[in-house]
Design a protein around this ligand. Structure first.
Ligand code: BES
Ligand code: ZN
Ligand code: ZN
Length: 509
């Protein structure tokens, strides 16, 4: 699969009005009488072109409101894309990502090859560094398209080739360049996760996802080991192998190891559910929307994406990424309701429903994670439909055993826009998982489906700080968001990376 061209991001010293390009971005906050920052400069240079719109009431600056103006010969750029930022006091980095995404999408809609912007929006209590990182991230993430299978009536809108950020001083140029570089790394990792999730399951089997992980580490200081079914059998990963039995595609257990920290320092282990297709197995799902279950490896994709970004950012931590990967199909050898599986931990599991397969493969992966005596474990999984009922597609369901760690995940979530909402691992629900014949059963009944899934996983996590993220809602979007086109979102990549970056700075403190 050939990756389409990605927009080049450059940082230049100078003035926006003197920069030669096809469009420049001007920003305005809602209901403010006066233009500020570089919008004011552009307006002056263009004889009041922008302020006239405000005066006539044609442009209020409502969030994402967009107008395209033609500049005649006043400035180098032929066009100004005038965009609303919403209310100044409500403005934050999440809105900025959306603004730059919408601006970049407008530039693409106009079939333009390049555009430029500055980050001078008047007084804001946000650092240049953060503005730059979020602006570049927003522009790149908003332009994502998944087109490798469109051979005929492909969207012919050409890709935007270059985005220039203009900064005033050499110091600003340096800060902006560094931040833009980080945003490119992070966005590339989100692109990777989105590509893995968008690919259909016939082209994203466990073998292929393992190959893609191998390809990712090839040019990076990340070690990889992929266990085959024989090796898993010898270890005793029978919960994972039970799920794999119904499929002709061999399961893979992917382990990526990034040693950015000091030798001997306990790693953080990231675990991602890698069901490359979830038919439900013998407890088969209804056919309507079953195609969406190609996205049941979104947790695994987020882990692979995060490993790429961590190593490119050279985050000074030891991090292990684990992706148990298999299909869940109802083949002739498939596991069946009533079957009992002996997991890697030794705990026996009665399979009440073969569609609750994610927790089975994660059980073995979480036990395996214990081998590293980790400083912390985070797992990400499109685990329960119940989480979509509870939280919709705007929030990740967060559960965990360690308050400090949950606080840190929440902080990273608020910084990145991969928002989380905590659900309780309320112990009283645990009895719903009691089996008559085995140590535990794999479903808890109708109520509290996300919590009982979390409580099930907890049984396989050793005594380590652990957070479980149910990403069933935000992983695949039926409708676009400001900087996430419809479809695979890449949720979790930025959250994981930010969590680890914050952890690193905490270490320094
Ligand atoms: N992969 C699904 C969860 C899911 C559903 C993710 C819809 C995204 C969209 C998971 O394996 C599953 O089928 N869970 C069952 C659990 C039930 C049998 C206890 C569910 O949610 O219905
Ligand atoms: Zn399932
Ligand atoms: Zn599933």
């Amino acid at each position: 699969m050939v990756r389409r061209v990605k927009m080049k991001v450059s940082v230049k010293k100078g003035n926006l009005a003197d920069y030669d390009c096809e469009a420049v971005i001007a920003c305005h906050f809602e209901d403010e009488k006066k233009l500020t920052g570089d919008a004011e400069v552009l307006d002056k240079r263009c004889g009041g072109l922008l302020s006239r719109l405000l005066k006539d009431g044609d442009f209020e600056g409502k969030l994402f409101q967009t107008s395209v103006l033609y500049t005649d010969t006043f400035i180098k750029s032929r066009r100004i894309v005038f965009i609303g930022m919403g209310k100044r006091k409500e403005f934050d980095l999440e809105k900025l990502r959306g603004v730059f995404s919408k601006a970049a999408q407008k530039v693409r809609d106009l079939h333009l090859k390049n555009f430029a912007a500055s980050l001078d929006f008047g007084t804001l209590d946000i650092t240049q560094e953060n503005l730059a990182e979020s602006a570049v991230e927003g522009a790149l993430l908003g332009l994502y398209r998944f087109t490798p299978y469109k051979t005929k009536e492909a969207d012919k809108t050409p890709e935007v080739k270059e985005f220039a950020l203009i900064a005033g001083s050499p110091k600003e140029v340096k800060i902006t360049k560094d931040a833009a570089g980080r945003a490119e790394i992070i966005s590339a990792a989100v692109y990777l996760a989105r590509d893995l999730v968008s690919a259909p399951s016939n082209e994203m089997t466990p073998t292929i996802i393992a190959d893609r992980a191998r390809k990712m580490v090839k040019t990076r200081p990340v070690a990889i080991k992929v266990l085959d079914e024989g090796q898993m059998k010898r270890l005793g990963m029978n919960a994972l192998l039970g799920v794999a039995r119904g499929s002709a595609e061999p399961a893979k257990f992917i382990i990526m190891n990034y040693g950015g920290g000091t030798k001997g320092e306990k790693p953080v282990v990231l675990v991602g559910k890698g069901i490359t297709f979830d038919s439900g197995g013998i407890s088969i799902k209804p056919s309507a929307n079953m195609d969406e279950m190609k996205s049941d490896m979104a947790g695994g994709a987020a882990v692979i994406g995060a490993m790429q970004a961590l190593s490119d950012l050279k985050v000074p931590l030891n991090v292990v990424g684990i992706v148990p990967a298999t299909e869940n199909l109802p083949g002739g050898k498939a596991y069946k309701p009533g079957d009992i599986l002996k997991s890697l931990s030794g705990t026996t599991i009665e399979v009440k429903n073969t569609d609750a397969e994610g927790r089975l493969i994660l059980a073995d992966a979480l036990t395996y994670a214990g081998r590293y005596k980790p400083a912390a474990i985070i797992d990400l999984a499109t685990l329960t439909g119940a989480c979509i009922i509870a939280l919709g597609d705007h929030l990740i369901g967060m559960m965990g055993t360690d308050d400090e760690m949950k606080g840190m995940v929440k902080k990273a979530a608020d910084m990145t826009g991969d928002y989380v909402w905590e659900l309780p691992l309320w112990q009283d629900y645990d009895e719903m998982l009691k089996s008559d014949v085995a140590d535990v059963q794999n479903v808890g009944g109708r109520g509290a489906g996300t919590i009982t899934a979390g409580l099930f996983l907890k049984k396989f996590v050793g005594d380590y700080p652990w957070v479980h993220l149910d990403i069933a809602g935000p992983a695949l979007l039926a409708k676009e968001k400001p900087y996430i086109p419809k479809g695979a979102s890449g949720v979790g990549v930025r959250l994981l990376v930010q969590f680890l970056r914050n952890r690193d700075s905490r270490k320094d403190a």
